[in-house]
Design a protein around this ligand. Sequence first.
Ligand code: C2E
Ligand code: CA
Ligand code: CA
Ligand code: CA
Length: 277
Amino acid sequence: VIDHGGGKITSLSAKLHKSLNRKAIIDRKLLTAIDHKNLQVYYQPQVDLTSGKVHLYEALVRWEDEELGQVMPDELIPIAEENGLIHKIGLFVLEEAAKVAVRLNENDNLISIAVNSSVREFSNRNLSADIISILRKTGCDAKLLELEIQENFAFQAEQESSILQQMNELGEHGVEFTLDDFGTGFASLRYMQTLPITKIKIDKVFIQSILTHPKTQQLVAGMIQFGKSMGLYVVAEGVETEDQLNLLKTMGVDAVQGYYIGVPITADSISHSTYTI
Ligand code: C2E
Ligand code: CA
Ligand code: CA
Ligand code: CA
């Protein structure tokens, strides 16, 4: 081993060790945390610009552990995809969200719930049956559920027919599909061609530079135009300022989501929150 000057290497390897260690702890404790329902689900509002009202909440998973502190999905989900616990997490989040949807719609079915779905979850060939049974169990109308499919959802040709079959089955019950992180992947056009998608969500990386980069604004205009021409409902996420909101309104998006409109909150806080836009 060549010594390139001590300190730097030591601190680098210490850092690496620490992050590997954290990953190992997450890996080891996650199953118990799920089984004890120790994961939390937060809900972020989405405002439909035609009605000016919240018409949907997106469910976002978090894990607060005394040893690990807060574990955010960007750290949690890749580990869960690797060790297979993503299936359990997905069904847990769905059940929690379905219960919230039932509570929010005691009088009228006006507010939907969106749940994120990772590619791995569709490798469960019983996914659609599992989802439908959770909807039955909780008494949640399937029309209140939307699944946000990530564009990095890179399925193999042999998986395609099973995924499509499951999506169609859910669609027949009234579940809708949103293509999430639109614009960041490279398969979007192929997805549009094969999957029963009715909404697209333009990723926040574009929204965040929409006022500062003329090219980005053109790109977003193109994505909106594309969505409209396909008859899709177009959502913009990551809206952080009033100026971004106003621009997006004039550009014709159907709905917006972001810290400017509302941050993710716990289920208990939903009924106390009001949003005006
Ligand atoms: P996503 O689906 O694109 O969700 C949006 C992320 O951006 C969320 O981060 C949200 O808290 C954050 N966000 C919302 N508004 C703003 C804003 O105005 N500015 C900025 N900078 N960020 C904003 P979060 O909760 O950390 O989730 C990260 C990703 O993890 C999600 O990205 C989603 O892909 C994934 N994820 C979250 N929950 C689940 C889950 O239950 N299952 C699966 N499979 N994936 C999940
Ligand atoms: Ca999402
Ligand atoms: Ca619906
Ligand atoms: Ca995104």
